[in-house]
Design a protein around this ligand. Structure first.
Ligand SMILES: C[S@@+](CC[C@H](N)C(=O)[O-])C[C@H]1O[C@@H](n2cnc3c(N)ncnc32)[C@H](O)[C@@H]1O
Length: 276
């Protein structure tokens, strides 16, 4: 988990052409889509994190970032305990197939694998992915654009997204439609677990372009006509790692919302395909 203000966004050109780098360790082929099975997420011409120029900028920005740094995370024990509680709360069984969107150097993808999930990560930064493959030799990581996902539809039990730049926009409709897009990769009964962070100020984080949306905006991150969504739940990763899944609840959310002062909280949505 990022503990500092290092979540950043800036801009410029992708080097890869297909969006998916040929993997040294091939990804499970049953997951990959064919050419005529394309599912591309489109915003139109709006200037958003999915705009081609911005995506190239982001890729270059993160390539440079991962070349010399890493995000800071909680220790593995705390993280695993958080992830176990999160999966239990989301109703995701052991040994599930999990897609980690915007996986960076694969820290969470690796932790999921370690707690018994079949996880795969995707990130637009080739450098991030290469670094991750060096560190986590058994974890499946793909370099690619998560708005032109190379994976088959209906193939994951859960999609996990923690702070991917594709949702770092003030265009709430764009965030909604990206969340809906992600549900397309779920098998029946699967869930998108979307996690963000905010102090609810509506400003950007100090020293970066990461947007801290207001609570009102966050409530509108999902289009409830298109998806079934639970949340936003307000919490804190460390707290959940200590008290388990009850750390993700309406009661705690209401309580934390009333606390004075500005703190950066973790926000969690569970999003499912509409069944009716
Ligand atoms: C704030 S970092 C979070 C990374 C990771 N989830 C974590 O918590 O360590 C945002 C990540 O989104 C990735 N990203 C940005 N645009 C992307 C895109 N179109 N497709 C895939 N990944 C993207 C960046 O390369 C970066 O690694």
């Amino acid at each position: 988990m990022r503990t500092g203000t290092s979540s950043l966004v800036l801009a410029t050109p992708e080097t890869g052409s297909s969006g998916l780098e040929s993997a040294r360790r091939p990804l499970t082929s049953s997951l990959m889509q064919t050419q005529d099975d394309q599912n591309v997420y489109r915003f139109g011409d709006r200037d958003l994190p999915s705009n081609e120029t911005t995506k190239k900028s982001l890729q270059q920005y993160y390539d440079r970032f991962y070349e010399s740094s890493e995000f800071r995370y909680y220790d593995e024990r705390t993280t695993k305990s958080f992830l176990r509680a999160l999966l239990r709360r989301a109703g995701v069984p052991d040994n599930s197939r999990i897609l980690d969107v915007g996986c960076a150097t694969g820290f969470y993808t690796e932790q999921f694998r370690d707690i018994g999930s079949r996880s795969v990560g995707i990130d637009i930064s080739r450098i991030g992915v290469l670094k991750g493959r060096e560190k986590y030799s058994e974890t499946q990581l793909a370099a690619g654009d998560a708005s032109k996902m190379p994976f088959k539809m209906n193939s994951f039990d859960a999609v996990f997204m923690l702070g991917c730049s594709l949702t770092n926009t003030r265009d709430l409709q764009a965030i909604q439609s990206y969340h809906t897009y992600l549900t397309g990769f779920l098998r029946n009964g699967g869930v998108v677990i979307s996690i963000g962070g905010s102090d609810f100020s509506g400003n950007t984080a100090q020293g970066s372009e990461w947007i801290y949306h207001t609570y009102e905006q966050i409530r509108n991150f999902v289009n409830r006509n298109e998806v079934d969504a639970e949340g936003p739940y307000i919490t804190n990763l460390k707290l959940v790692s200590k008290i388990g899944r009850i750390g993700i609840s309406k009661t705690l959310t209401r309580f934390l919302l009333k606390l004075p002062g500005s703190r950066r909280w973790t926000l969690i949505f569970f999003i499912r395909k509409k069944t009716h």
